[in-house]
Design a protein around this ligand. Structure first.
Ligand SMILES: CC(C)(COP(=O)(O)OP(=O)(O)OC[C@H]1O[C@@H](n2cnc3c(N)ncnc32)[C@H](O)[C@@H]1OP(=O)(O)O)[C@@H](O)C(=O)NCCC(=O)NCCS
Length: 177
């Protein structure tokens, strides 16, 4: 039997003999608290993913004030991260991001679920977030995790094309925990 593991794949191919092949889905991604030392890798993904990325100072502030900051790691490489603020009874998903080459493999959902579970444990009863109105993948993820649209914030974001004369609306979403 041999095990073949492709880089960035979410499965292992187990070949027992020429007749018997099994594809085993494994939880290849591990989640842990973000550390200052992770910021170089986090910022590389952030700059790839967003037209208006967070700066290092923003991430450092989030760590300093002890927001819930998680990274997703695969084969000792950071492949995603998420940041959530927690106040009395409420939490706010501030950032959720997965390496662009690894989208749609369940990593975003894993991070989101972990943050929501941690918030629940800390007695938050409602989760909020804002998302670009054009961000269909993220909106689909949030809807499928029980978030409802609760408002529209007009011109909330800089335009994705960085045209200073344009802004993009944010969809505000919320769910009970
Ligand atoms: C939004 C984001 C975090 C989702 O992470 P992901 O790991 O790719 O998502 P998952 O694999 O966990 O997918 C969960 C759901 O999201 C939706 N989704 C993910 N990728 C999608 C795509 N390319 N098109 C449409 N829907 C998509 C689907 O509903 C999916 O559920 P399904 O697998 O049952 O189809 C990721 O696309 C990302 O990092 N985007 C850039 C940063 C960003 O926009 N963050 C959100 C800020 S509010």
């Amino acid at each position: 039997m041999f095990i073949c593991s492709a880089p960035f794949a979410t499965w292992n191919l187990l070949v027992f003999n020429t007749d018997m092949v099994a594809i085993i889905k494994r939880p290849a991604v591990a989640l842990r608290a973000m550390q200052k030392e992770d910021l170089l890798a986090v910022l590389a993904i952030e700059r790839d993913a967003y037209s208006a990325p967070w700066t290092e100072a923003i991430f450092r502030d989030c760590l300093r004030v002890r927001y819930l900051c998680m990274v997703a790691e695969r084969d000792a490489k950071i492949v995603g991260y998420a940041v959530m603020s927690l106040a009395v009874g409420e939490c706010h998903v501030l950032n959720l991001c997965v390496h662009p080459q690894l989208h749609h493999r369940g990593i975003g959902r894993l991070l989101l679920r972990r943050l929501l579970a941690l918030a629940r444990r800390r007695n938050a009863d409602t989760a909020f977030l804002e998302v670009r109105a054009s961000n269909r993948a993220a909106i689909a993820l949030y809807r499928s995790e029980g978030f409802d649209e609760v408002g529209l914030r007009r011109g909330y974001y800089p335009a994705a094309n960085n045209d200073p004369t344009q802004r993009e609306d944010a969809v505000a979403m919320a769910r009970a925990l």
